[in-house]
Design a protein around this ligand. Structure first.
Ligand code: ZN
Ligand code: ZN
Length: 342
């Protein structure tokens, strides 16, 4: 089979590999769709810490595939199309017991700690299968659109942490695919205003098309005037910029909710935040990272019910042979989600 393999910084190479086979409790999928994530771009550039010793590994974790081999009675049936929630844990630690596999100290994830889905076939390990990460899709669901349930699930966890609701004024920092998911979720929640802060003019324009009510560049004064005297009920920081985190606390209304959705680069520098803003405004400051099985199911439901359409977020669909082109496009800043169909 063909697989896209990490061979060092800047080198993702299509290679011939033996097709995996399912051992006891395992499942083999034919990969139908796997979208490229910012995480995959970090892998490709050689800056993802899980890939420090990842030579020879196959990335890809936003995946829909068809079951082609099962190792015994595993619940999945041959020919079924499934979405795979990518994260699974040890199964018994405090986080795992609470369904927060994304916080397991021994977190495992397809495409991160083991071979992922930029390949014709992929093996799903027993622990992942028994933890319920395979979610069966009804016939007729577009696999490319369903694959986007994973990044949507991540955004959904951020939105839930902020309890975004009707009449809220919501500010979203960053209008990449994740920022746009946040815009869509805020709209779905009935937010009164969705104000986007994004330095790239094209992305600002696009955010308006996805339901943002206003979009601004990095001029904080302008943004602050748009938000108004009372401040924003919800501020989501979906960009890895320290100043945006600081501004978020300033923009938040009294009893506002803030979500640090994006992490900052681990370059040793720290961010100074005015914690008096948290204290005197009674802010709720949250962080979320990754997806859980439950949030993946909820995100899939939103997509399948048609409440949240992911098709407009798909800029291109390409085969594995065009993987280099696909990664270049995904990393160019011009495209939203690029899906590989191996
Ligand atoms: Zn992702
Ligand atoms: Zn665990």
């Amino acid at each position: 089979m063909k697989a896209l393999v990490y061979r060092g910084p800047g080198a993702l190479v299509v290679e011939e590999r033996p097709k995996p086979h399912a051992g006891e409790g395992e499942v083999v999928l034919h990969v139908d769709a796997c979208s490229i994530c910012g995480t995959d771009l970090r892998v490709a550039s050689g800056t993802h810490r899980a890939y420090a010793n990842g030579l020879g590994r196959v990335p890809g974790h936003e995946v829909v595939g068809t079951v082609v081999e099962v190792g015994g009675d595993v619940g999945a049936k041959l020919g079924e199309q499934v979405f795979v929630a990518p994260n699974y844990g040890c199964g018994h630690c405090r986080a795992c017991r609470r369904g927060l596999v994304n916080l397991c100290e021994d977190l495992r994830a397809i495409g991160i700690t083991e071979d992922g889905a930029f390949a014709e076939y992929m093996l799903l390990r027993r622990d992942l299968v028994v933890q319920g990460n395979l979610i069966k899709l009804a016939p007729g669901v577009d696999p490319d659109e369903a694959a986007l349930a994973e990044p949507l699930a991540c955004a959904l966890r951020g939105s839930r942490a902020c309890h975004t609701s009707e009449e809220d004024i919501v500010v979203v920092y960053g209008a990449g695919p994740i920022g746009l998911f946040h815009v869509c979720l805020a709209r779905l929640a009935g937010a009164a205003a969705i104000i986007v802060c994004e330095p790239n003019a094209e992305r600002r324009e696009r955010a308006l098309g996805f339901g943002a009510t206003e979009a601004f560049g990095t001029d904080f004064g302008e943004l602050r005037r748009a938000v108004g005297h009372d401040g924003a009920d919800v501020v989501i920081v979906a960009t890895s910029v320290a100043s945006a985190q600081r501004e978020a606390l300033q923009l938040a209304a009294t009893s506002g909710r803030v979500n640090f959705f994006a992490g900052l680069p681990r370059d040793g520098s720290s961010v100074e935040l005015d914690t008096n803003l948290v204290h005197y405004k009674e802010l709720v400051v949250t962080g979320t990272t990754g997806s859980t099985n439950e949030s993946c199911r909820a995100a899939l439901d939103l997509i399948i019910d048609g409440q949240l359409k992911t098709a407009p977020l798909i800029s291109a669909r390409m085969g594995l042979a065009s993987a280099q082109k696909a990664f270049d496009l995904a990393g160019s800043g011009q495209a939203l989600k690029v899906v590989i169909e191996p």
